[in-house]
Every structure is written in structure tokens, then in C-alpha cells.
Design a protein around this ligand. Structure first.
Ligand code: 5RP
Length: 250
């Protein structure tokens, strides 16, 4: 389905929404409508799907005169909150959140997530860990039986810059695969996260991993700040479909 289609007669050049974007949008709307209540403190994730969630939230705040506070997970999320005239908060003032909503790069059968495709994994995990409910939204392509089946870019690992080489070597020696330093656009040097760190993308071998233990082991390597493995964190996952329906992870 195409919505907001190009309208030559009125000379209004509106965006044509792809089926994938439409699927992201319906999942985002479902999450905001199901979970957000008046006076909620909300964690706002990062990425393209969350844009639709913030749009819907802003609409509900305006229409229903809700009072909510939004805690961002990235500079992108902060800008979204500010641009939509939503109230910005932080964890100093609001260390406990009612709900956090975020996208994911992949969701396996146990609702273990890979996150951090946009490099915001550390703040995303901190914010999600402070929320009573962590709601994940995405189009149906995010669902897989096993991590790595769909998402081929690997598991992001945020590292202190001086430690990226030893961390690379240790991760590869422990688990195999290759941990590649993520480069900025146009290969203009390593990508620097919102926290001033580097990101390794660990392309893991096709094997049966215990992701909770992999996450703990990697986090123990000196220089590792956080991994993009979110184990036992998601309360609910909504997958939007191109036909406009939304499916819950079962
Ligand atoms: C950013 C993330 C995003 O939530 C993830 O990459 C999904 O993004 P999108 O909604 O654009 O598919 O983890 O660090």
C-alpha cells in the first residue's frame, strides 16, 4: 500500500511511503496506542521506526492533552523529541521509566535482540533497563528463528577507542568470526558513537550460542562498554506488516 502518494495536480510533492516504511509505521502506532498513558515517563529509542512512534506520540499528546516526559537514547532521539515539542527528560531526574519503545535489527525466537545498527546500543540498553516495560517495534523482516539468519551485519560492540584492537582479537579468539571496526560514512575514519567510543561489528559464526553467556563474557573484556545483545529485556515485540496489520511476537 502506498500512502501520502504523489499528487501532481495539487503540486504537492509528498513522500511516497514504501511497504517496509508503512509496516514500521503501523507497528509504531500500535505500540504508542497500546502502551502510552497520561503522566508516563517514556524511553525513546533510535532509528527509523522510532520516528513514526514519536510522530504518533506527539499527535496523541496534542489531541488528548496528555502529559508525558521523554528520555532519549541518542542525539537523534533527543532531536526528535525536541522537534516534536515533547517534554525532554533525562535519567538524573527520571531514573525510573514507565515504558521504553525502540526498534531492533533482529529478534530471535526467544525475543533476544540485536540492536545498535545505528550505533546507539549503549544508551538504548541503559534506558530500556530503567523501564518497567520495554516495547520493541519493527517491520516483519526483523523476526528470525536464530540471530544472524536475517541480519548480516553482526552484533555491535561499543568499545573504548584505545582498546578496539585487543577487544577485536579477544572476541575472535573466544568465539570465532570477525569483529570489524565500523567506519564512518565515506570511510572517513572510525564511526564515533554518541559516547565518544568506537563500534565493532562482530560477524559471529553460525553456531548454537548461549547469548546470555556470550553477552556476559564479552562485557567482561576490558575496554568493552556494551554489546548490542539484548537478552531477556523485551516485554513485547510488535511486527508491522505491509498490509497494515500488526502481529505480536508469540
Ligand atoms: C539503533 C538501533 C535501532 O533501533 C535499530 O538499528 C533498528 O533501526 P530501524 O528502526 O531503523 O530499523 O538499535 O542503534
Amino acid at each position: 500500500p502506498r500512502i501520502n502518494s504523489f499528487c501532481p495536480t495539487s503540486q504537492v510533492h509528498q513522500r511516497i511511503m514504501s511497504p517496509v516504511d508503512y509496516a514500521k509505521k503501523v507497528a509504531a502506532i500500535k505500540a504508542i496506542d497500546e502502551y502510552i498513558k497520561d503522566n508516563y515517563i517514556i524511553g525513546v529509542g533510535s532509528g527509523s521506526t522510532i520516528v513514526y512512534a514519536v510522530e504518533r506520540l506527539a499527535q496523541r499528546v496534542k489531541d488528548e492533552k496528555l502529559h508525558v516526559v521523554c528520555v532519549p537514547t541518542s542525539y537523534q532521539a533527543r532531536q526528535l523529541i525536541v522537534n516534536h515539542k515533547l517534554q525532554l527528560g533525562d535519567l538524573d531526574i527520571y531514573p525510573k521509566l514507565d515504558c521504553a519503545i525502540d526498534g531492533a535489527d533482529e529478534v530471535d525466537a526467544n525475543m533476544t535482540l540485536i540492536k545498535g545498527g545505528g550505533g546507539c546500543l549503549t544508551q538504548e540498553k541503559i534506558v530500556a533497563s530503567c523501564a518497567k516495560q520495554f516495547i520493541v517495534i519493527g517491520d516483519e523482516s526483523k523476526e528470525s528463528q536464530k540471530l544472524g539468519e536475517k541480519y548480516k551485519k553482526g552484533i555491535p560492540i561499543e568499545v573504548i577507542p584505545m582498546a578496539y584492537c585487543p577487544v577485536q582479537q579477544k572476541v575472535e579468539a573466544l568465539f570465532g568470526g570477525s569483529a570489524e571496526l565500523r567506519m564512518a560514512k565515506m570511510k572517513a575514519g572510525p564511526l564515533v558513537s554518541d559516547n565518544g567510543n568506537f563500534i565493532l561489528d562482530w560477524k559471529f559464526p553460525d553456531s548454537q550460542f548461549d547469548w546470555a553467556s556470550v553477552n556476559t563474557t564479552i562485557k567482561m573484556i576490558p575496554g568493552v562498554v556494551e554489546t548490542g545483545l539484548f537478552v531477556n529485556m523485551a516485554s513485547k515485540v510488535y511486527y508491522g506488516m505491509a498490509d497494515g496489520s500488526v502481529r505480536e511476537h508469540k
